[in-house]
Write a protein of this length. Structure first.
Length: 226
């Protein structure tokens, strides 16, 4: 854990509800619509890969990328992490913030896309991205934003559904080539990074919720050395 980073709160205001949204309005509208269509989109329980990989880490400052309805953020907060949770959907954030209030937990909520969030660089002991829908850009903006947020000595944990990246658009309703996958982040790693886990494994999936039918995970866990 980075002691200097852990000494105080991030140098940006993440109160919720926020005054505005930083990101593509069309992306926000798409995800707001998905959440509004269902009273609860996800299972309400933390993702299995996060539980497995973070259980042995010393709590510090964590960024939850694409926090959804807040299950991972609340799990981390209960275990002593200082949580900043980022999400493009205001509908999802309202639900997540309500769950945190009900549980008596403090979480900083950021209503923004990852690439527009203006996060302080090298500030998080753990960056967790569980099945994120991160759009690719020619400059690999999302991949670089994930890596840039990690503090020296900190960990990036990126988890995705195995096999989706190789399927055809007609099978799944979107083009996998439009999105960021763990292999794309791994390709950007230099000598300042150590790969701790890079594997496909059976998914420990919470019952219910969207995505429960996926059986295997791609898990990338890398540590920033300096």
């Amino acid at each position: 854990m980075n002691d200097d980073i852990a000494a105080g709160p991030p140098a940006f205001d993440t109160s919720f509800p926020a005054d505005g949204y930083a990101g593509d309005p069309a992306v926000r509208a798409e995800w707001d619509s998905r959440y509004a269509d269902r009273q609860q989109l996800w299972s309400g329980r933390p993702n299995g890969a996060l539980v497995a990989e973070a259980a042995g880490l010393t709590p510090g400052r964590v960024l939850d990328v694409g926090c959804g309805e807040g299950a991972d953020a609340l799990w981390l907060a209960r275990r002593g992490w200082d949580v900043t949770a980022l999400e493009v959907s205001g509908v999802a954030l309202e639900r997540a913030a309500g769950h945190a209030r009900d549980a008596g937990l403090a979480v900083r909520w950021v209503h923004a896309s990852l690439t527009e969030a203006a996060l302080p660089p090298a500030s998080f002991d753990l960056v967790s991205a569980q099945y994120p829908a991160l759009l690719r850009t020619p400059g690999a903006a999302a991949e670089r934003a994930l890596l840039a947020a990690v503090a020296p000595g900190g960990v990036l944990l990126l988890v995705h559904h195995a096999g989706v990246d190789t399927r055809q658009e007609g099978e799944i309703g979107f083009d996998p080539a439009d999105y960021v996958w763990p292999s794309m982040v791994a390709a950007l790693l230099g000598e300042d990074w150590e790969v701790e886990v890079d594997e496909q494994r059976p998914r420990v999936a919470p019952d219910g919720g969207a995505g429960a039918h996926h059986t295997d995970d791609l898990v990338l866990r890398v540590r920033r050395l300096r």
